[in-house]
Design a binder for this molecule. Sequence first.
Ligand code: NDP
Length: 480
Amino acid sequence: MKKLQNFINGVYCPPASGKYFDNYDPSTGEVYSLIPHSDCEDVSCAVSAAEAAYPIWSAMSVEERSRILIRLSVGIETRMEEFVAAESRDNGKPLSLAAQVDIPRAISNFHFFATAILHFASESHYMEGVGVNYTTRKPIGIVGCISPWNLPLYLFSWKIAPALAAGNCVIAKPSEVTPYTAYLLGKVAQEAGMPQGVLNILHGMGAQVGDAIVRHPKIKAISFTGGTKTGEYIAQTAGPMFKKLSLELGGKNANIIFADCDFDEMLSTTMRSSFANQGQICLCGSRIFIERPLYKRFKQAFVEKVSRLKVSFPADPEAKLGAVVSKPHMEKILSYIALAKEEGGTVLTGGHRVLLKPPYENGYYVAPTIIEGLEYTCRTNQEEIFGPVVTITPFDTEEEALKMANSTEYGLAGTVWTSNLKRAHRVADNLQAGIVWVNAWLVRDLRTPFGGMKSSGIGREGGWEGLRFFTEAKNIFIKS
Ligand code: NDP
């Protein structure tokens, strides 16, 4: 059985504990590799390596750092097939999705920040007759990056690329559920000529190695993406240590659909925004509000199309949905479907586990599910499910739609569908969300601020925001 290794000080090494735990293939439910059970000893070792590397990396010219990061991006591209296969196997997502979205986006993340750093500038503020202020932005030092399982390499690279570009040394931890592509990245870093100790990748459980990263006094900033509960815990731990914190947390996104929208475009995009990656994208819209005159037509067409989506093993070229990421996660999704029924909802399509033929009979497959008839305040409509489950609800007025959309503790993303320009601006402006798409979904420009409000997080990633997070600003005044 393949044993994954940590990547510390530029080399692969076993965990200090010598212990490993199982890594499951969600498409079959079988164990297919072993994950290092790392702990605070591995974190100490990685911090020592990063401390030694920091003076070299932070003093290197930005052009040289940029060249190394571009080589990292090209290195992933050269091994495209290997990365695509690993991501799909580890996560259960269709191979086609890993090939079209996950791995190309990880390549772009490294390329984007490798070039962005060349253009990163700081401010100066001139005071007439008094003097001038200029701001420097230096790397923080050693930073921690902790990422989730839904878009494994995509979100891992979204953090470590700006951290490295800005001149920091990194201790990074992918999710224990999907460690494989982060494991492969070590080899690419070696080949790209990344100095040893600059990028350290540790595997293991959040409660052990993740917690040790958050607590280590020499790790000065934590960039975290994951669930709101974990974010709360991290904030409680890192806050009193005055660590810089970026928290990208859960969501319960709303799609608001007005009757004057372009129906066909809305429908095909809503199919994606509901069920792409088995609904396991933090930006998926899981609560769909439809203006009443369009409700019946939408319901009929949506249910008809969704019931024809093929749920299949990841390598099936016709698979529209693959497996969800783990058995506990599948059970959580199914328990929410049961809850929705208890709360008075009607399942219009799906609502059950899908059993495939051998060798996939033990895989974690859930049918895409649409539920109607629920109060917007019920738990199904307030809590994050993070699976292929959406609810549909009619509304009569713009105010009512906004009231329902803004009723959750979350504020990550939302979509608005209308051909009325004034209304588009008004509703987008009043939606409590960090990211709003009008007549679109998941159009990503890496220069824009990315993140949520309310319990969906603190801070923004992307573009200059990402680079600013990973630097410490200092203002210097000179009297004229
Ligand atoms: P978790 O919060 O369970 O885990 C996220 C990461 O944190 C994992 O690497 C995990 O390790 C680690 N972790 C867990 N406990 C601790 C701890 N005590 N200290 C330090 N690290 C810890 O989230 P999931 O992996 O289940 O991801 C799904 C969640 O991520 C959803 O809520 C989703 O909305 C959110 N998400 C948010 C995004 C955004 O941009 N706002 C984007 C994508 C997802 P381990 O896996 O080993 O437990």
